[in-house]
Write a new protein. Structure first.
Lengths: 281, 281
């Protein structure tokens, strides 16, 4: 695996394989099995896999969250090498955002609710950096995890709207054995919070079971989700940021007899966790 | 010359010359010698010249201006064919902006004054459509006329910031024999206004001469420009939109001993004209 940190070296490395089908996995480092699942999927569908590791400052609306986002590039490199990644692009912020940077890409439909409402500016940072990386790496396919469901839909919409010649491939959520969705932020949880965070996935499964048993009153199911999480976190500082039931394709109001998404965000004392589940009718 | 109107046909036409160096000239049709100068420059620097003709609705802040912007695709085609253009892309608005379109590209530094101040949203429409066309056509070089000086700098900044792999080439202003800068909007001028519009270029030349004779008080030169135009248009409904002296590279305050731009916009009863001149120290 080659590692490059400058745009010049990235271009040189890519020019060596002019006809390769490139699969691209953008990450913010601090890699876990969720990222490696993206890499494995990319390996199975591409000739040449490029991973980026870049903690993108423009997508952090909360400076403390950015501050806490420490990565260890050496251990990330080891993991990527083991997983036969071809090229790692690990630029510094000044490479991606030189002084005077002033152009942004913004999607305005899929970014208004859920995390878009809780984290103003977050998705603008995401679409901007991904557009830049697409232009630099020119992948045929790019791989995004479904834990960040809204991000996946937003990137797909951006790629369609701006005519990027790249296929956006969704990859399923990877969970711990006990059900907690993998996230680089999980390790910030205290043991106490870590245990209580399991209520998020439990509440999603309970909602799914309840729907599958015939309950069609989504407000009642939502109340079940809320109760399940609230009961678990009542002895902590955590609070529910949102529990939303939305149409799984456009994130608007659920459409009867169509698949819908249950999306949950919970703020714990040291980190904010999100999770979701698509419910098929 | 091949003409295509759909994205599918555009891609097919481009795939036939996979290794050609593509030169791209985006236009809104209604072609004149200014556009043909862009085409000739593109021909001299590329293997394969693609011209787009698309009246981009998102860059018209004034609906009446869009309404007045009528093009004749047949005569445009004739002109482009005569000038040995290889491929014409002439989509309809629904091809470029299908229902639900929701992603925009916005440059925030070079678009705040001059036409950016007079035409809110204009440059956001420009950068969005140009980003889309770059992604579709993937040119190595793209050609922009310097009459739209602020547009040229904005596109160049967007291309740099978003890492588009395209060189933005400026092409000098083309003028009528009497000095009026060519514009598709000139034909909307009454004979009376057409004659008075010459004062714009005259005022720019006067400013340049005055500077070259040693005057360094830019406020005094600006006053000369204003007087020259005001005297000419005093018997019309026209009014000066702006006269600005700005640094020619960043459009900020002029920097002593650096080249600067004099930019002028005058609103006549049926159209708004712009012109500019770069003054070398």
């Amino acid at each position: 695996m080659k590692t490059v940190t400058s745009i010049k070296d990235l271009k040189l490395a890519l020019e060596k394989n002019p006809h390769a089908q490139i699969g691209f996995v953008p990450t913010m480092g601090d890699l876990h099995q969720g990222h490696l699942s993206l890499v494995k999927t990319a390996k199975s569908q591409s000739d040449f896999v490029v991973v980026s590791v870049f903690v993108n400052p423009t997508q952090f609306n909360n400076p403390q969250d950015l501050e806490n986002y420490k990565i260890n590039l050496d251990s990330d490199k080891e993991l990527l090498k083991k997983n036969q990644v071809d090229l790692l692009f690990a630029p510094t912020p000044d490479v991606m955002y030189p002084e005077g940077f002033s152009t942004y890409v913004e999607e305005n439909a899929f970014t208004q609710n859920l995390c878009g409402a809780s984290r103003p500016g977050h998705f603008k940072g995401v679409t901007t950096i991904v557009a830049k990386l697409f232009n630099l790496i020119k992948p045929q396919k790019a791989f995004f995890g479904l834990k960040d469901y809204q991000q996946f839909l937003t990137i797909k919409k951006m790629a369609t709207d701006l005519n990027f010649d790249v296929e956006i491939i969704p990859v399923p959520i990877v969970r711990e054995e006990d059900g907690l969705a993998l996230s680089s932020r999980n390790k910030r949880l205290s043991d106490h919070d870590r245990f209580r965070a399991l209520s998020i996935y439990k509440s999603l499964l309970l909602a799914e079971q309840t729907f599958k048993k015939g309950e069609r009153n989504l407000a009642a199911i939502k109340e079940l989700v809320r109760q399940t999480i609230d009961d678990a976190i009542s002895d902590t500082d955590a609070f529910i940021d949102y529990i939303e039931f939305v149409d799984a394709d456009h994130l608007g109001a659920p459409i009867p007899n169509s698949r819908f998404l249950i999306a949950v965000a919970v703020q714990f004392s040291n980190c904010r966790l999100i999770d979701n589940r698509v419910i098929e009718p």
